[in-house]
Ligand binder design. Sequence first.
Ligand SMILES: [Zn+2]
Length: 271
Amino acid sequence: MPELPEVETTRRGLSPLLEGQTIERLEVRDGRLRWPVPEALPERLVGARIATLERRAKYLLLTTDRGGVLLHLGMSGSLRHCTATTPLRTHDHLILHLTNGSQVRFHDPRRFGCCLPLPETGAPHPLLAALGPEPLDTAFDGDYLFQRSRRRRGPVKTFIMDQDIVVGVGNIYATEALFLAGIRPGRAAGRVTRAEYERLAECVRTVLGAAIEQGGTTLRDFLREDGTHGYFRQSLRVYGRAGEPCLQCATPLRNRRIGQRASAYCPTCQR
Ligand SMILES: [Zn+2]
């Protein structure tokens, strides 16, 4: 599933190719996505000039002088920039034709993605309304996590994966950040200290930042791929390594299921 770093990598790859360009038309080959693509959307975008491609959580926001579009890659979606002569693939559901002859194709085998208009009033889209801060923004820090976690009995891992608390910290990144911060994933969120949350906030940023960096170096591959992103796996310290020795102390890593998700941790390095 595309996570925040993959979405940010997509944004960085596509924004210089899109910003300032004019939309010739949006071709809806199959609009049956998670929510149907509204019939009025293509007409609204004809001749629109693209201003920016931004990201909020795992949503991409395309803004134009004729209104904006909210995109989500869902479970298996990807966007790629190509020319009209590039052969179409099955599951290329949407094609954004630009007047310079290039295209962006939205490919999504499982159809959990979406493409919806942004409100014309300029108000935030309802899907974005309840989201917590961005993990790479200054509003996200140890003090914030400490305040929000008081009296919470649920596991700290579930807490930092909650989109209302902070966006974009998926299972892989939560598992890795908790290892780096030396905090066991199953500990009650309300029992983690302020100092530990300071470490954790920094580790979340480190892990996501490194993934975005690596995504940038394999950008060309990423844009060609159809939803399988292997590049970050090479540097995983604990995720998917239960039973194998800890890279710091050689103790066998353990696994615990938390909220239906695998959570590898080191019983020695994490407290
Ligand atoms: Zn260890």
